[in-house]
Design a binder for this molecule. Structure first.
Ligand SMILES: [Mn+2]
Length: 426
């Protein structure tokens, strides 16, 4: 039986930054490349006969509405190509690559040109690898809930490699599609979720693939977690969730990769912005006391503030601590809290939200949900909005809506510049 390594979701180029210096790579980019080299060495030591890339290994990145994959990532490519070459040279059958929702086909085609028949970009087709028979299903990913018509599904087979959203308490590819594929294939491997699991959706022969190495996508893959309020002396510590799968005959094993950096989740649950500011400072002072403080990648999620800037102002004080992302979590308001007048009858905000959301098709529903979470909150509606709050909510509303309607961030900024004088006159 053939021995195959299955790798997914390294998102290598997401770390590419826009620097003028052609030779300069960001520290984050350097760490990602180091992780990539190390994990490839680990994979080679497993002596696989073939390697499968199950999508989103490379990534392209959008900045200001413009795809920058090739030019910006150029300085990353020599290292990535070398590692892949090394990998192909150590395997009998080479690499088979599926496109993920963040990958671009030209990038994969270029790799195929460079690595020749040792690198095979596969889309919606069958492949024989040794004595294994595989089908590679090109990603059908869409935001929110989506489906694949039954006639477009691959017919029966042994192994299926795919890259779709598993509806794990969130919208994704409809569960019945997974069930149908589960009937058609004897083994299924799905990328995209960044999380290793066997048997999701009660399909015992479905495997969700882990992310190979850390990237800017956290997806709950932390190794250390500080919760505030909470015991800051004993943060939660987990084994690395990163790695790959080895398929050897009928045996499947998860091989852990321990990355260079520690992945830290800082979770602040405050009632007021003042709480949140205090929480951030308490946690970050602890982080500063850690010996590995310059080797941490931090993701902050905060509850109790409306604006990211409030948190960012605090984290910026700690320049040694590498804050990757700040997420503001909306608080779920109690249903009786706010009531809206002017309708035929009084209706609670949450009833209104439910009515609106159920009446919309999924892409609009996603946007509406965000607007209810960030803009039309009970808090914002019951406050007498001063013009500062009104102005910032207006901007946030545009920022959230712009991508939905294909409007670039530059246009939003231009528009705000135009309307700002009017705002002040009010
Ligand atoms: Mn993906």
């Amino acid at each position: 039986m053939s021995r195959i390594a299955i790798l997914s979701d390294a998102h290598l180029l997401i770390q590419a930054e826009r620097f003028r210096d052609e030779n300069y790579r960001s520290p984050r980019g350097e760490i990602s490349l180091k992780n990539f080299s190390q994990v490839i060495r680990q994979v080679i030591a497993e002596e696989p006969e073939a390697v499968i890339l199950a999508g989103d290994m490379f990534d392209e990145r959008e900045k200001g509405g413009e795809w920058i994959a090739d030019s910006e990532a150029a300085k990353y490519w020599p290292t990535i190509r070398n590692e892949l070459k090394r990998l192909t040279e150590c395997t009998k059958y080479g690499i088979y690559a599926l496109r993920g929702n963040h990958d671009s086909a030209p990038v994969l085609k270029e790799l195929q040109d460079y690595l020749g028949d040792r690198f095979c970009f596969v889309r919606d087709e069958d492949k024989e690898i040794g004595d294994q028979h595989l089908y590679f299903m090109e990603t059908r990913y869409r935001q929110g809930t989506y489906r694949i018509p039954e006639e477009d599904l691959p017919r029966e087979g042994e192994l299926l490699i795919m890259h779709e959203t598993i509806p794990w308490g969130m919208p994704g590819l409809e569960e019945k599609v997974f069930q149908e594929l589960g009937k058609r294939f004897s083994l299924l491997f799905n990328g995209h979720m960044h999380h290793y699991a066997q048997g999701p959706l009660d399909i015992p022969h479905l495997y969700s693939l882990p992310a190979l190495i850390p990237s800017q996508e956290l997806k709950n893959n932390f190794t250390i977690k500080y919760q505030w309020p909470g015991d800051l002396d004993h943060p939660e510590v987990k084994n690395s969730p990163f790695g790959y799968l080895i398929l050897d005959g009928h045996e499947i094993s998860f091989q852990r990769y321990t990355p260079i950096q520690n992945i830290v989740n800082v979770r602040i649950e405050g009632k007021t912005p003042r709480d949140v500011v205090a929480g951030i400072n308490e946690v970050y002072s602890r982080l500063m006391e850690r010996e590995d403080r310059d080797n941490l990648w931090i993701w902050v999620s905060a509850q109790g503030v409306t604006f990211k800037d409030t948190v960012q102002k605090e984290t910026n004080k700690y320049s040694e601590i590498n804050t990757m992302n700040i997420e503001i979590k909306a608080r779920k308001e109690p249903t009786t809290h706010a009531e809206l007048k002017g309708l035929e009858k009084m209706i609670s905000l949450s009833d209104l939200e439910a009515k609106v959301l159920t009446s919309l098709p999924w892409p609009d529903r996603d946007l509406a949900q965000k607007l209810f979470e960030e803009i039309f909150t009970a808090d914002n509606l019951s406050r007498r909005a001063d013009s500062n709050l009104g102005r910032s909510l207006f901007q946030r509303l545009l920022e959230l809506s712009a991508p939905h309607y294909g409007v670039s961030p530059e246009h939003v900024i231009d528009f705000l510049k135009t309307v700002d004088p009017l705002w002040k006159r009010r």
